[in-house]
Structure formats: C-alpha cells, structure tokens
Design a binder for this molecule. Sequence first.
Ligand code: GLN
Length: 500
Amino acid sequence: MSAIRPTLEEIQNFEGKYPKQLWYLFFVEMWERFCFYGMRGVLTIFMADQLLGLALSDKDANLKYGAIQAFVYAFTFIGGIFADKILGFKKSLFFGGLIMILGNLIIAFSPQALFYVGITLTIIGTGFFKPNISSMVGELYKEGDPRRDAGFGLFYSGINAGAFLGGIVCVYLGKSEDFGWSYAFLAAAAVMVIGLITFVYTKNALGPIGDSPLLENEPSKRKTKEIAVYVGALLSIPLVFLMIKNTDYTDYFMYSIGPLALLYFLYETFKENSEAARKKLIAALVFILFSVVFWAFFEQSGGSLSLFAKYNLSDKLLFFNIDPNMVNNSSNSLFVIIFSPIIGLLWLGLAKRKIEPNTVIKFGIGFLFLAAAFYVFYSTRFFAGPDGKTSLNVFTVSYLIITLAELCLSPIGLSIMTKLSPKRLSGMMMGMWFLASAYGQYVAGLLGAGMSSPDENASAADKLIAFTDGYYQLAIYALIAGIVLVALSPLVRKLMQEVK
Ligand code: GLN
C-alpha cells in the first residue's frame, strides 16, 4: 500500500510522459475489462448452448446479447451521476467491482438457474465501475496538459489487453470439455478480485482524486447517503432483472433513457452559472452525438461482420490458416494494444512541435478512417472466388484501418469528456459518453439486420453482395459524417474555447 498520500499538485506535476498512477489505473481497468469481455465473449454461445431449455434460439440469444450490451452501457450514466453526487469515484468503483464479482460468482455457481440474476449484477456493477475509472484518469492531468490524450491512449491499451485476454481465456474455459461454463465465469470473477486488490493497494497514490464529494458533510450524514445509494442499487436488481428478461421492456427502456438523460443534461447545463462552462458542455454533447454514429458502424463487428466472416471469408491469413471469426473477434484488440501507445506518442511528438490536431479534427480523421475501412470491407467483393469466399488478408487490413479510426475517436472522446466537464458533472458526462455507446450498439443491430440477405438460404455469393453493398453505404455515410463534422468544426471550436 503506498503510504504517502500525495496532493493533487504533486500528482499533476509529474515528469516524463505518463504519471505513475496511470499505470495503476491501467491494471485495474485491464482486469475489469478481462472480466467484462470474458463474460461478453461467452454470453451468446452460452445462452444458445445452456439456456436452450429456456427456449433461447440463436436469434433470441443474439437479441438478448444486444439488450444486455445496451443495458451495461446505459447504466454507466446512472453510475456516473451517483459518483458525482454522493460516492465519489473511488467508492463507486469499489462498489461496482464487488457487484461484478458477485454477479459472475452467482453464474458460476448456478449457470442455468441464476443466469439472469448474475447478468443483472454485472450490469449494475459495470455502471458504477466503468465511467468512474476513466474520469479518474482525466484528473491525473492539469487543465491544458498536452499529455492527456496520450495518457488515455495508454489506458486504452490496457482496456484492450484485458478485452483480448478475457475473450480468449473465458471462451476457452467455457467451451472446454475439462472445464465448462462455470469455470469461465469463475475466471472472470477471479480476475476482478485481482483488479480490486490492485486498486485497494494503490488508491492512496491517487491522493484526493476520486474522494467523496461530500467531505464537508458530517460523516454520519454522508454515511447515510452512501448506504442509501448501495441499498438503492441492490433494490433495483429485480427491476433490471425484469427488463433484461423481457426484450420488449428493453426497447421501452432504450426509448426512454436517452431522452431522459438529455433532459437531465440540459437541466444541469442550465443550472451551471458560467456561460463558458455551459458552452463546453454543449460542445461535449456534439462529440457524444457523433460517437453514436461511430459506434453504430463500428459495432458491426459483433453482428454483421461476424456473419460475413462465417459465410464469406477464406481461412488463409498470410501464410497460415486461421478461423476467420477468430480474426474478426480479436484483431481489433490486438491492433489497439500495439497502435494505441504509438498514436499516443505521435500526439505527444506533434504537441511538442505545436502541430497536434485538436479534438474536432481528430474525430474528423476518425470518420475518414472509418469510411476507408468500410470501403475496404466493400472491396473484398473484388477478391472473391465463385464460391463467394473472399480474402481474409484484405479483411484484416480493413480491421487495421477501423482500429486507427477508433483510436482517433474513442480514447480521445474519453479525454475530451474530462476536458470539457466541470468537476461536479464529470461522472455524469463520462456516463453520457458511454450511454452513446449503448445507442450505437442498439443502432448497430438494426443496421446489421437490414444488411443481411433476406433469404437465410441464399448462396454465399449472394450474401457477399448483400453484405458488401451494405458496407459501401456505411462508407458513404461515414464520409458524410466526417464532412459534416469538419463543417461544424469552427462552431464546435468556439464552444470549446481554450480547450483543444
Ligand atoms: N472498447 C472500449 C471499452 O471497452 C470502448 C467501449 C465503448 O465505448 N463502446 O472501453
């Protein structure tokens, strides 16, 4: 346990490229994402395999998967607000982590009977954990410190290292004859324990970052409020449980949480006294709205691209054979792990020469890469044989490009949320950033469904045409989104004021 508790200035006045606390948060988040993506990786296979008795067809399993994903990211908004108002980031993260552990243990203990209870806990736990750790990363930096985006880039590598390992280990355990599903969920719980222990041992080094916002309150009063949040979260379990069990409720929830969040955002924004702060919040909203479009395209990876990989890709990558779905599932994480720190260093280098692009331009570049990536997905049709199977190499290049797009937008988005939010709203804003992912996920499902060929029994060649036509359109829309963003950039920059 690091004994000395540094002050905020001591933390923010770090030398070198990264503050040491970033590494602590890196590992905590890495284990959390291992747990999360491990669980997510086995979810659909598990549901189709184990819950068959409960009449879950492939299609239902997919629907449920989408619903669970949307819920997980929607709850970050709620988790962010409670951290701002009552718990502070540190307690929120710890509580969320505990609930996630419990959720996975419950499924490990009784995969069939208690599955939805466990998933409900994972959703609530992630809501308290995920946005708040990112907000703490932002607080390691002084306002205007040019090293912040690079810091988020490194942090993003941690996210993906966890995602990559979790996906492999949990799926392996779940499918293996010797182990089975219980072990997969047990492993997810175990790594989350490692994450929380890491956090407990290093949180002192965060000094005042993430402390309770109610430190001025009387301790007993503060305790009562904290306990009320914990109890409230636990009381919401049956409600969330009902909503994920019934996909209709999921739709209602998705229709209402976004507008409600937007209203609440407007309420908080207009409560803000300074006009400068209000403008920054509106700028943050613009980034959030664009990110919905981005994720809707990007998240084709879990839907239409995985079907495309299954039906239309050869299994030859360079000089060896590999399951194309494996490439679809893991190449993005691998590319992020490699390129995220490199791009971070590129931003640092450009900042030194005073030519680092600002956030609007980075987002714009992100959309251009996104358009290019989908154009390459489209162009796979020119490499196809008569059997409708096309080049895995070209597909992988496309994944590299889509990863570059993600790196211009996702870590930068986390970073800009922390730059544009006033301290009292930073959890909520980070939550909104992830809520946008929930909607992206949701729209991705709709887009993917529209893209797959209407006839299930169509030939591979017909499917290839249907999918790649869809990707062509996505390329065009991504290009348009990029152009709109560039056109809006003078306005957004005005709203951002001195923030880059
Ligand atoms: N892959 C990133 C993560 O897990 C981004 C998720 C998102 O915002 N949709 O944190």
